[in-house]
Design a protein around this ligand. Structure first.
Ligand SMILES: C[S@@+](CC[C@H](N)C(=O)[O-])C[C@H]1O[C@@H](n2cnc3c(N)ncnc32)[C@H](O)[C@@H]1O
Length: 256
């Protein structure tokens, strides 16, 4: 993926994302709220999306900000902020790989499977280097990855998901998935349909790709960038990640 324009997370995808229930959402929110309250200094959420995590931190008056490559996700973020009286949220459009700043953050966190959306190894390294540079000495970096064991099975079949909007109209997605174990790339061809009074009034296609990490792969990547004291957890209770077949890993590391 280049630094020019994100081809995913467009208009209907953004709307669908916000209608979806998210796995372990309550625990994840509580976990990062707590980490944010413990941070002694500025907080950054790269790939912040529509603000599921960041908006509650802003509402709590914390010194937090974020960026995302999708203008649609950021528009939804701003609309949600307006609805709760946060007029100018500190967010901007930005790719992780091109991020530079003179600011130094006490906490940087990337929840859920977002990191795997950077599917090229060189770009992932560049992104981690950028975040390492932005972290204050002693600062903490949390990043979650999805493992090769998480690949939704079976692949090679069509799936359909439908949500009902508040006005009674529908938003559907048809998804065809594939996984290549040699490249560790999970791919989904998605076709979104906005359905009003039984008629499809708008469609959007998306080629979604996510890199799935082997169990120890991210440890090596983080340490090659310079991160220290690397710990990995399998859940938000900080249970050490030991079993190779877990689906997600929460990494915590620091800058010395
Ligand atoms: C799965 S969403 C997660 C958003 C948010 N963290 C959450 O959990 O609701 C992933 C987000 O990463 C953004 N994204 C993908 N690649 C990116 C990149 N290279 N740099 C910055 N943002 C990116 C997408 O636009 C999308 O909003």
């Amino acid at each position: 993926m280049s630094d020019h324009q994100l081809k995913t997370y467009a208009k209907l995808c953004t709307e669908f994302y916000d209608l979806e229930p998210h796995h372990n959402a309550a625990q994840a929110h509580a976990f990062y709220q707590e980490r944010a309250r413990e941070a002694h200094g500025p907080i950054l959420e790269p790939m912040c999306g529509t603000g599921r995590f960041l908006i509650p931190l802003l509402q709590a008056g914390l010194d937090a900000e974020g960026f995302d490559a999708s203008p649609h996700m950021l528009s939804a973020f701003r609309a949600k902020c307006l609805a709760v009286g946060l007029s100018t949220p500190p967010i901007w459009q930005q790719f992780v790989q091109g991020f530079t700043t003179s600011k130094r953050y006490a906490l940087i966190f990337i929840p859920y499977g977002s990191w795997g959306l950077i599917t090229d190894a060189g770009q992932a390294y560049k992104g981690l280097e950028a975040l390492y540079g932005a972290l204050a000495p002693g600062g903490r970096f949390f990043v979650e990855i999805e493992t090769v064991a998480s690949c939704p099975q079976p692949t090679g079949v069509w799936r359909r998901g439908v949500h009902t909007r508040a006005d009674g109209s529908h938003l559907a997605v048809n998804t065809y998935t594939a996984y290549d174990p040699t490249t560790q790339l999970f791919k989904a061809r998605c076709r979104y349909e906005s359905i009003v009074n039984g008629a499809i009034v708008e469609t959007e296609t998306e080629d979604f790709e996510q890199y799935l990490y082997r169990f120890d792969e991210m440890d090596k990547l983080l340490s090659s960038v310079g991160f220290a004291d690397i710990k990995k957890y399998q859940d938000y209770n900080s249970t050490p990640a030991i079993a190779q077949n877990i689906h997600t890993i929460i990494y915590l590391c620091t800058k010395e």
